[in-house]
Design a protein around this ligand. Structure first.
Ligand code: COA
Length: 170
């Protein structure tokens, strides 16, 4: 899989992305928008462990956002199971130095189209912490619809926050 877009390419991760991945992922501002499963600080060992698992996973569900040949962000889906097997949740992040250039809007739009074409899905959702307006904008621009505010749904960085549920359906 390779989605060659105007501002970036979405492609499979490679082991030689470890250095660039560590550099861009090891950022508190990136971590603040993500689930706690995303390590902080983010070490080369974390990158190698993630890449080892991701590269061997079947099917591949986690992909690299490549700008000018370097892996500077990630995007992936978590596929639902059993009666939710037609659903998935999407997650994404980008190295801070690339924020605000429309890269994630482009990547999310193309990646969601790819997922609907390649997995048997009729719903892809995203849950955003309520203090993350940039991610809300990305989802709105990528055609997601607001479904509801989940009050006091997460504790991030010691703060109890609402999360905002968005989805795109077929
Ligand atoms: C959220 C994130 C993915 C956005 O990526 P990006 O490539 O900078 O996004 P884009 O440039 O495509 O679009 C950002 C939009 O948010 C808007 N925006 C940015 N900061 C904003 C703010 N504080 N308030 C309102 N809108 C804001 C931008 O103006 C832009 O919208 P526009 O095109 O209508 O002007 C990136 O900041 C990131 O990786 N954050 C850390 C991880 C994270 O939060 N992941 C998402 C988890 S749900």
């Amino acid at each position: 899989m390779q989605l060659v877009l105007e501002r970036c390419t979405v492609r499979p991760w490679r082991m030689d992305d470890a250095e660039s991945l560590t550099r861009h992922a090891n950022n508190r501002k990136v971590w603040l928008g993500l689930r706690d499963i995303f390590p902080h600080p983010y070490t080369t060992d974390d990158a190698r462990e993630f890449l080892g698992k991701t590269i061997t996973a079947q099917p591949t569900t986690n992909f690299c956002i490549d700008v000018d040949g370097a892996g500077v962000g990630g995007i992936g889906v978590r596929l639902g199971q059993d009666e939710r097997r037609h659903t998935a949740g999407v997650g994404y992040w980008l190295g801070e130095e690339f924020w605000g250039r429309g890269i994630m809007t482009e990547a999310v739009g193309a990646f969601i189209d790819f997922c609907f074409e390649n997995f048997p899905l009729c719903r892809i959702s995203a849950e955003v912490f309520a203090n993350n307006p940039a991610s809300v904008r990305v989802l709105e621009k990528a055609g997601f619809t607001f479904e509801g505010r989940l009050r006091n749904n997460v504790v991030k960085d010691g703060k109890v926050l609402d999360s905002l549920l968005y989805a795109r359906t077929t």
